[in-house]
Write a protein that binds this ligand. Structure first.
Ligand code: T46
Length: 163
C-alpha cells in the first residue's frame, strides 16, 4: 500500500492490516495522515480490539484520551500539532474529521470501529457533526503540551507553506 505519511515505520506490519477501503480512502488524505485497519478479535461473546505496536500503532503510546458527550452542533479541534503524532478512532458513534496539510483538505467520516486515522505533525484538524453517542479514542505519542498546538489557521498555513 502506498503511504505518504509521517515517516512512520511500516516495516514488519502484516499486509492484511490494510483493507481495500483503507487503500482507496488513503489516496485522498493529506500528507502526514493515513488510515490503519485495526484487528477486531471476535467470538460469540462480542468483539475486542487491542492496540499496541504489534497490532498497528505506529509509535510508542505515551497518552490516551477519550472525547465523549460532545454536544449537538459543537465542533472541536481547530488546531495542528507541531510535533505530535496521534491515532484516532471512534469506538461508538461517529464524527466528521477535516484534515488539512495546508495544500490538501479532506473530509472523512470516522464511524468504523476497525479504522483509525493517524494524524501526523502539521496537520490542521477539525471534528464536526458528532453523533450524540460518539466516543472518540485518541492514542498520542507524547504527554499533553499546550506549546505543541498551533491554534491559528493563518500561522499554521504560513508554517506549512515554509515547510
Ligand atoms: C486533538 C484532538 C483530536 C488535557 O488536559 N489533557 C489532554 O491530554 C488533552 C487532549 C486536553 N486537555 C485539556 C485541555 C483543554 O482544557 O482538555 C481541554 C479540552 O482540550 P481541547 O480543547 O484541546 O480538545 P479538542 O477536542 O479541541 O482537541 C483534542 C486534543 O486536544 C487535540 O490534541 O488532536 O482532540
Amino acid at each position: 500500500m502506498a503511504s505518504h505519511s509521517s515517516g512512520s515505520d511500516l516495516a514488519g506490519l502484516p499486509e492484511a492490516r490494510f483493507s481495500p477501503y483503507t487503500a482507496v480512502v488513503e489516496k485522498a488524505l493529506p500528507k502526514g495522515c493515513r488510515l490503519i485497519t485495526l484487528p477486531v478479535r471476535g467470538d460469540e461473546r462480542g468483539s475486542l480490539i487491542a492496540l499496541e505496536r504489534s497490532t498497528g500503532v505506529p509509535f510508542g503510546i505515551e497518552r490516551v484520551y477519550f472525547i465523549f458527550d460532545t454536544q449537538t452542533g459543537v465542533a472541536r479541534g481547530f488546531h495542528a500539532h507541531r510535533q505530535l503524532r496521534q491515532l484516532v478512532a471512534t469506538m461508538a458513534g461517529g464524527c466528521t474529521m477535516i484534515l488539512d496539510d495546508g495544500e490538501r483538505r479532506t473530509e472523512l467520516r470516522l464511524d468504523r470501529r476497525d479504522i483509525a486515522v493517524e494524524i501526523g505533525p502539521m496537520v490542521w484538524h477539525e471534528m464536526h457533526d458528532f453523533s450524540p453517542d460518539c466516543v472518540m479514542t485518541v492514542l498520542a505519542e507524547a504527554p499533553y503540551d499546550e506549546a505543541d498546538y498551533i491554534r491559528d489557521y493563518s500561522e499554521f498555513s504560513d508554517l506549512a507553506r515554509r515547510g
